[in-house]
Write a protein that binds this ligand. Structure first.
Ligand SMILES: CC(C)(COP(=O)(O)OP(=O)(O)OC[C@H]1O[C@@H](n2cnc3c(N)ncnc32)[C@H](O)[C@@H]1OP(=O)(O)O)[C@@H](O)C(=O)NCCC(=O)NCCS
Length: 237
């Protein structure tokens, strides 16, 4: 199915206390700030500190993005802000990304990040639900996927809370910054989303310490620092 015309609502999704909207130039400082937090960067593609120049570059790139409809193969970054912040306060508190698969426009991959002071408040879960609603209900996609490091429990809990199914456990499938790392692959079908599927969390699979004894620190570096699910993106440069 082609990525049909995406309604404008995709660009301004309101959900609970959140607004998902396109990036604007003023977002760069907050974006650089939360990406610079080593805990936020740990399982992601970029390294901390994340410079203001890098943030400005990515934000500028997003200005030219075709979100309506999205171009297959391009990662689209969507800004998240609070709706009940001080009047005029449009500060970014996180972001979601999505990419319609370059070879299969019925499928998309997603990713998400919250700034640390605003984690554990349910915002990432809310934002991902809003994104899934847009991808399934507005765009009519067939399947949405995500991948995360096996040690990234917060991400797994978000993915499971929104009803995504753990489909695969890739063992040391990627060399990431300092070590070979393992990933879980998640997915949800439109039929499952529409049926409001919920899933019990799968059992935790314990991990042996990494050979280097160091913690994992992110997903592979891709152009523009997008948190690209590696299992689904072999065609990515
Ligand atoms: C993964 C990540 C986005 C989760 O963000 P978050 O905003 O904390 O996510 P949520 O608040 O929706 O859910 C996290 C916690 O909040 C709790 N929560 C959910 N709704 C809540 C609510 N209404 N009130 C209070 N707490 C709530 C959840 O129980 C959950 O707790 P747990 O982690 O102990 O299970 C965040 O940790 C992050 O940015 N990490 C770095 C980037 C990253 O790894 N991204 C994923 C790449 S695959």
């Amino acid at each position: 199915m082609p990525p049909s015309t995406l309604p404008l609502s995709m660009l301004h999704l309101r959900t609970g206390k959140l607004l998902l909207r396109p990036f604007v130039p003023g977002d760069a400082p907050a974006f650089a700030r939360y990406r610079s937090d080593p805990d936020v960067a740990r399982y992601q593609s970029w390294t901390s500190p994340y410079s203001l120049a890098a943030a400005e570059e990515l934000v500028t790139q997003m200005q030219g993005r075709h979100l309506v409809p999205p171009r297959p193969g391009e990662w689209n970054q969507v800004a998240i802000q609070l709706t009940d912040a001080q009047p005029g306060d449009t500060t970014l508190i996180g972001d979601c990304v999505f990419r319609v698969h370059p070879d299969d426009v019925g499928q998309a991959g997603i990713g998400f990040t919250s700034s640390k002071p605003l984690q554990h408040l349910g915002y990432a879960t809310q934002a991902v639900r809003a994104l899934l609603r847009a991808l399934f209900d507005d765009m009519g996609l067939h399947r949405v996927t995500a991948a995360c490091d096996v040690e990234n429990r917060s991400s797994q809990r978000v993915l499971e809370r929104v009803g995504m199914r753990r489909e695969a456990h890739f063992v040391q499938n990627m060399f990431f910054k300092v070590a070979w790392r393992s990933e879980y692959a998640y997915a949800i079908l439109r039929s499952e989303w529409s049926a409001g599927v919920t899933r019990p969390p799968p059992p935790f699979v314990g991990l042996a310490p990494s050979p280097t004894g160091r913690r994992f620190s992110g997903l592979p570096e891709f152009p523009n620092g997008h948190p690209l699910p590696s299992f689904a993106d072999s065609g990515q440069p």
